[in-house]
Design a protein around this ligand. Structure first.
Ligand SMILES: [Zn+2]
Length: 429
């Protein structure tokens, strides 16, 4: 099912024409923003120098810190009287980033969300409970407007009061939910405790934090939904930037609204399809707050395969943040990749530590991982095959040789709050 079939399945040649037209419009809107006027001047560029997608490379990156420095309204390309709404991003330090929307932006954004909802098979017949924050966070109002546009029955339940959420799902015959994956699991457990039947549910949309295939299986099994991954960020309107189709193999990026590049986060160089790196996005339809080459800090890659659903370019599921990246013997390694491999091997537990050392000028990565309690019968030496399995699985995914130590259950550190599982002991030699 398509919301806008002509755009979603546009031919590459037509797409390029549309993208370049919108890129030129975006660049001319950016010429109203002090930050970009300065950047253009420094680079010796006039807006008219940017005509094609290839010209994008001439443009500077925009970083999150730039947006923060522009607090509150430094990045708005239109006067405040033309702004109909503002949101802010949840900054962990200092001032938040303010994002402004024109009436046109709100409409375009709702359209993108309507596309996503239609793509995952939702129609007017569905009742959609939106269990995310409706305040400054973009997830609430963003999905809400899109759901109404697509004609769904929207239930703006927001966050909190899990018991009430479960009752509403049950009483209203809710068929689709949107929440974070961790809240989805919590909901399932609470419903089981309450002995409430949630069998009206058939679709779950999960976003705002990276999640694994293992979590998908758990969500699908416990909630009885088909689980879809949703990606977005407030700086790029909010949710709705990229979304999974029913193939569940990567997220379609809305190619008419976002130009994407993948770069090496250390060097800023462009990487090709199939190479994992930092996602850089140039939104093509934003009026109030246009951005050029925005560094998202999120790690993914452009997929090479054509999707059977007929829509365009896809991004692989997100595997973490560029600030977590390690470079081991010249290979980019994300701790989330290691976690993903370990979680896929039932013989080992959830607890592990990663150590990086430099031995004779060579990077060495050592992984200590606890054997799961069910698989431990007193002797680690009996588990040589498990150790080899972990080494092989890590090599297949990371393309890197690692040293793996199995340790007894319960012996590695436990973390309260954010886990610090990676210890980089390399000096600056
Ligand atoms: Zn698809």
């Amino acid at each position: 099912m398509f919301w806008d079939e002509a755009i979603e399945t546009i031919k590459p040649a037509d797409l390029k024409i549309l993208q370049e037209k919108r890129l030129r419009e975006t660049v001319s809107r950016c010429a109203n923003v002090g930050f970009y006027q300065k950047k253009f001047k420094e680079a010796g560029l006039r807006p008219s120098d940017i005509q094609t997608i290839e010209d994008l490379q001439k443009l500077p990156f925009t970083r999150k810190t730039d947006l923060r420095d522009g607090y509150p309204f430094g990045f708005l390309a239109v006067p405040l009287k033309d702004i109909v709404r503002i949101h802010t991003t949840s900054g962990t330090t200092g001032k938040p980033t303010v994002v402004g929307y024109t009436a046109g932006d709100i409409n375009t954004w709702a359209d993108l969300i309507a596309r996503n909802l239609t793509m995952v098979g939702l129609t007017k017949d569905d009742v959609f409970q939106n269990m995310v924050n409706y305040g400054m966070f973009t997830g609430g109002l963003g999905f809400h407007y899109g759901a109404e546009k697509a004609g769904l029955t929207a239930v703006p339940s927001g966050t909190g009061n899990t018991k009430r959420q479960i009752e509403m799902i049950h009483d209203f015959g809710v068929t689709a939910i949107h929440c974070t994956p961790s809240y989805g699991l919590h909901l399932a457990e609470a419903a089981a405790e309450m002995k409430m039947d949630l069998s009206s549910l058939r679709v779950g949309i999960f976003g705002a934090e990276p999640w694994s295939e293992k979590t998908r299986n758990e969500l699908q099994e416990k909630l009885g939904v088909e689980a879809f991954d949703s990606y977005g960020m407030s700086e790029l309107y909010g949710p709705g930037v990229a979304f999974e189709c029913s193939e569940h193999n990567g997220l379609h990026i809305w190619h008419d609204s976002y130009l994407v590049e993948i770069i090496d986060p250390k060097t800023g160089e462009n990487l090709g399809p199939g190479e994992r790196g930092e996602l850089v996005v140039t939104p093509l339809t934003k009026e109030a707050m246009p951005l050029l080459r925005y560094r998202t800090g999120d790690i993914t890659m452009i997929m090479e395969d054509e999707c059977p659903c007929g829509r365009g370019q896809k991004l692989a599921r997100f595997t973490g943040r560029s600030d977590d990246m390690l470079v081991i013997r010249g290979i980019n390694v994300f701790p989330s990749q290691i976690e993903h491999v370990l979680l896929s091997i039932p013989e080992v537990g959830n607890h592990y530590m990663v150590y990086v050392d430099r031995v004779n000028h060579m990077d060495e990565m050592t992984i200590d991982v606890e054997v799961s309690r069910e698989n431990f019968h007193g002797e680690l030496a009996d588990l040589k095959n498990v150790q080899n399995k972990v080494i092989k699985s890590l090599r297949d995914v990371l393309e890197l040789r690692t040293t793996v130590h199995l340790v007894e259950p319960g012996t590695l550190p436990r973390f309260e709050g954010k886990a610090k599982r990676v210890v980089d002991r390399r000096g600056d030699d």
